[in-house]
Design a protein around this ligand. Structure first.
Ligand code: GDP
Ligand code: MG
Length: 432
C-alpha cells in the first residue's frame, strides 16, 4: 500500500465520526502509524508525530462548521510541515552550493537542474565536477551543463577534488551561483567522508545539500544524520518524485538532519525541478490534491469563530490575537465599510483615515515583535524592547507606546464586546 492510499483510508474512516474523542483519534493514529512505518518513516518519529496529533486533536474542538475529518487533516498537515519545513522560497542571490549523496541519488542531474534554475532567474551559474571516482562523471556533467547552457569546470582524470577547486574559482570568476557536484558511494564510508570534509573546507559553501532519491527507504534518517554529523546539512533535495517512491524517507531525513526540504526532482529533464511546496507535497502524501483550498476553508472558519467575542478568553488576549483581529478587520474591507456594516455611517472621514493609518502602523509594529513579546505583553514594560521594536518597524517609540495603550484599552473593553453597540463604540474611539 502506498503512503497516500493508507492515509486516505484512515481519513475516510474519520468522516463517519461525528465527534473527535480519544477512541476515534487512537484508531486514526494506528492507521497512520501503520502506513508511515510501512513507508519507511522512522518508528520513533512516527510515534512522536501521532502523539502530538493526539494531543492537539483532543485539546481543542473543531470550530463550528468544520468537518472533523478536515480538522484532523489540518492538524496532520501542520505536524508534517513543521517536520519538513514550510514551502521553500529560493533566495535569488550569489551563492555556492555543495551537493552530496549516495551514488545514483541524482546529484549530477540536480547540479545541472539547479544551475539552470538560477540562471533562468537571472543569475549567472556554473557547475564544477568534483566527482573524482566515477569514470564518466566529467563527461556527464559537461554534457548536462551544455544542455543547461551554464558554465562548466572540471579536470578530466584529476583525482584530488581540492586541486580541481583551486583552479575552478579562477576559471569561474564572476559566476554568481556555483554548484559543486561530488562523488557518491553505495554507502557513506570513511573515504567519502574524508573527501567531503576536504571539499567543504576548500569550497566553503553557503548551502550543503543532501540529495536523496524518493525511494531511498528506511535508511534515509540514519544516512541523513551521518551526512549531517560530518558535513552539516543545510537542506535536502528529493529526486525521482515522479517514480514509485513517495518520499516517505524524506520525512525521516529532514527530521534527522534538522534540515528542510528545498527542491523536488520530478523527472530526468533539466526543467524537472521545483522548489518544495508543502501544500503540494503533503497534499499528495495524504491523497488530497486540493489541500490548499481545504486548509484555507478551515482557517477561515477558525477566524470567523475567533472573531466572536463571547468565545474570547480575555486572559489569553495578547498581541498575536490582536494582530489576527486586525487582519480579520482588514479582510472585511476598508474601515469605512466596516463602520458601515456596523451601522455607523456618520463617522467623519478624517477619523476613518486616521484609524486606517493607525491600523497599518500597528501591524508593522507587531510584526517587529518577537514571538515571546507577542505572546506576553508584559515583556514590553522594558524600554529597551520598545526601542528595538520602534527601530525595527521604522516607527517612533511613542507609536509603540500608543499601540500598547490601545491594546490595553481593547483588553479592558473586551468584556463589553458582547453586543454590537459596544463594538461600535470601541471602533469609533479607535481614531480619536
Ligand atoms: P548521481 O550518481 O547521484 O550523480 O545521480 P545521477 O544524477 O547520475 O542520476 C542517476 C539517474 O537518475 C540518472 O539516470 C538520472 O537521469 C536519474 N534521475 C535523476 N533525477 C531524477 C528525477 O527527478 N526523476 C527521474 N525519473 N530520474 C532522475
Ligand atoms: Mg554523479
Amino acid at each position: 500500500m502506498d503512503l497516500g492510499e493508507g492515509l486516505r483510508q484512515a481519513l475516510a474512516k474519520l468522516s463517519h465520526a461525528t465527534i473527535i474523542d480519544v477512541k476515534v483519534i487512537k484508531e486514526f493514529n494506528k492507521e497512520l502509524q501503520k502506513t508511515l512505518i510501512s513507508n519507511d518513516v522512522d518508528v520513533s518519529l512516527v510515534l512522536g508525530l501521532t502523539n502530538s496529533i493526539e494531543q492537539k486533536a483532543l485539546k481543542s474542538k473543531p470550530p463550528a462548521g468544520v468537518d472533523p475529518r478536515d480538522y484532523i487533516t489540518n492538524i496532520v498537515y501542520d505536524e508534517l510541515s513543521s517536520m519538513m519545513g514550510g514551502s521553500y522560497e529560493p533566495e535569488l542571490k550569489p551563492k555556492r552550493i555543495l551537493l552530496m549523496g549516495l551514488y545514483g541519488s541524482g546529484k549530477t542531474t540536480t547540479a545541472a537542474k539547479l544551475a539552470k534554475f538560477y540562471q533562468d532567474r537571472g543569475l549567472s551559474a556554473a557547475v564544477i565536477c568534483c566527482d573524482v571516482s566515477r569514470p564518466s562523471a566529467y563527461e556527464q556533467l559537461q554534457t548536462l551543463a551544455a544542455q543547461a547552457n551554464v558554465a562548466f569546470f572540471g579536470i578530466n582524470g584529476e583525482k584530488d577534488p581540492v586541486k580541481i577547486l583551486e583552479k575552478a574559482f579562477q576559471a569561474l570568476s564572476g559566476k554568481q551561483v556555483i554548484i559543486c557536484d561530488t562523488s557518491g558511494r553505495n554507502t557513506l564510508n570513511e573515504q567519502l567522508i574524508e573527501e567531503l570534509k576536504r571539499i567543504n573546507a576548500k569550497f566553503n559553501p553557503d548551502e550543503r545539500i543532501l540529495v536523496l532519491s524518493a525511494d531511498i527507504g528506511q535508511v534515509a534518517g540514519k544516512l541523513a544524520s551521518e551526512f549531517d554529523k560530518n558535513a552539516k546539512i543545510t537542506g535536502i533535495v528529493i529526486t525521482k518524485m515522479d517514480g514509485s517512491g513517495k518520499g516517505g524517507g524524506a520525512l525521516s531525513a529532514s527530521n534527522a538532519a534538522k534540515a528542510n526540504v528545498m527542491f523536488i526532482g520530478t523527472g530526468e529533464k533539466l526543467s524537472n525541478l521545483e522548489p518544495y511546496d508543502s501544500h503540494k507535497f503533503i497534499g499528495s502524501l495524504l491523497g488530497i490534491p486540493d489541500i490548499e483550498k481545504l486548509l484555507e476553508n478551515i482557517q477561515n472558519a477558525v477566524k470567523e469563530a475567533s472573531i466572536k467575542p463571547e468565545e474570547m478568553d480575555v486572559t489569553k488576549l495578547n498581541f498575536e490575537a490582536f494582530y489576527s483581529q486586525l487582519q480579520a478587520l482588514n479582510k472585511m474591507g476598508p474601515l469605512k465599510n466596516v463602520f458601515g456594516m456596523l451601522g455607523v455611517s456618520d463617522m467623519p472621514k478624517d477619523t476613518i483615515e486616521k484609524s486606517e493609518e493607525k491600523l497599518k502602523k500597528y501591524k508593522v509594529i507587531i510584526s517587529s515583535m518577537t514571538k515571546d513579546e507577542r505572546a506576553d505583553e508584559r515583556l514590553l514594560h522594558q524600554e529597551s524592547r520598545i526601542r528595538r521594536i520602534a527601530l525595527g518597524s521604522g516607527t517612533l517609540e511613542k507609536d509603540v507606546h500608543e499601540l500598547i495603550s490601545d491594546f490595553n484599552k481593547m483588553k479592558k473593553s473586551f468584556n463589553l464586546f458582547k453586543n454590537d453597540r459596544n463594538m461600535k463604540r470601541f471602533l469609533s474611539k479607535f481614531g480619536s
